[in-house]
Design a protein around this ligand. Structure first.
Ligand code: PHE
Length: 342
């Protein structure tokens, strides 16, 4: 009896220390202790040799021993499964990394940078202003007083909280702000987003991007305007691109003109893109109206200047042969990734 209890104690010690490395060791443990011919069973077999008065306490000891072996088996099994799960989730550092898709600049950003780079070579600096403007900077200072019919040229979003506020319809408003600061001469380009209440189609959107330019100094003439824009066109579209000016009207310039470039597709011979004229329109321009200079407290007897404005999307459409304006704001990866190298 004494010997049997010692044996049980020794086994209990072994069970407590048991820590299987793998399933095989665990199974070995199960067979050795809990199997049909295992240690636990064989101790229970000894019950018959125990005298009646000792049966109860020996039975209790055996039950505890059996429980110890069973619990060890369950906990060891759980621990083993846990490690297995963990290792299947573990990161395999030897695998090749998931490729990162490289983004690209948006074509509007690409073309805006090209435009501003060209003008910065001529000494123009970038000026920016708010997208929500007041009536004065967007219209009135630009020789478009309230009720002036020229306001109809730009269908405007008014802000209901304050009818004096609009979403700017052009970045000419930034030019007004810079002129009002009164530091002359002025040579700026104003890139930015502008808004017009247009029905969305392949050729119009409720917002687009512009780069406008302004040059004010003593003795600035229309010849300077032509030469500056000619330089821009050659840099932007190539040495052989031609330009022509057509008389036009803007309330803030006098004289005013629209500038066309020779069609990039047919080289001027006439095709569908240029509607068989050989020319495509790219911007509006003119000499700053004296009223505008005076509105901004600039002496119009002493100073003259020219201004121009173009839509970035329009330039991008011509340059990359994009047929639908909506593509610029649809975030379609198939469209955007074509500019990765641009
Ligand atoms: N502000 C004009 C527009 O948005 C463009 C322009 C700018 C025309 C400067 C002439 C001179 O339509």
């Amino acid at each position: 009896m004494e010997g049997t209890l010692k044996q049980i104690q020794a086994y209990a010690k072994e069970i407590n220390a048991f820590l299987p490395k793998d399933e095989q060791e665990l199974e070995g443990f199960r067979i050795r202790f809990l199997g049909t011919k295992g240690v636990v069973k064989s101790f229970f077999g000894e019950m018959k040799n125990v005298p009646a008065e000792g049966k109860k306490s020996f039975g209790q000891t055996l039950n505890d021993f059996k429980k110890l072996a069973e619990e060890k088996y369950e906990s060891a099994k759980a621990a083993l499964n846990g490690t297995k799960e963990e290792s299947s989730h573990a990161i395999d550092l030897t695998l090749p990394a998931e490729p990162h898709r490289l983004g690209a600049h948006h074509p509007v950003s690409v073309v805006r940078k090209q435009i501003t780079d060209i003008f910065s070579h001529l000494g123009f600096v970038i000026a920016e202003g708010p997208e929500i403007e007041d009536d004065w900077h967007n219209f009135t200072a630009l020789n478009m007083p309230p009720d002036h019919p020229a306001r109809d040229m730009q269908d405007t979003f008014y802000i209901s909280r304050n009818p004096e506020w609009v979403l700017r319809t052009h970045t000419s408003s930034v030019q007004v702000r810079v002129m009002e600061q009164g530091k002359l001469p002025i040579r700026i380009i104003c890139p930015g987003r502008v808004f017009r209440n247009e029905t969305i189609s392949a050729r119009a959107h409720c917002f687009f991007h512009q780069v406008e330019g302004l040059y004010i100094d003593e003795d600035v003439s229309f010849a300077d305007l032509k030469q500056t824009l000619y330089f821009f066109v050659k840099e932007m579209f190539g040495e052989n691109t031609g330009i022509r000016f057509r008389p036009s009207f803007f309330p803030f310039t006098e004289p005013s003109a629209e500038m066309d470039i020779s069609c990039l597709i047919c080289g001027g011979k006439g095709c569908a893109v240029c509607k068989h004229t050989g020319w495509v329109e790219i911007l509006g321009c003119g000499m700053v109206h004296p009223n505008v200079l005076e509105n901004c407290r600039i002496d119009s007897k002493k100073y003259t200047g020219f201004a121009f404005g173009m839509g970035i999307e329009r330039i991008a459409m011509l340059k990359y042969q994009i047929k639908d304006l909506r593509l610029f704001s649809e975030n379609d990866i198939r469209f955007l990734e074509q500019f990765t190298g641009a």
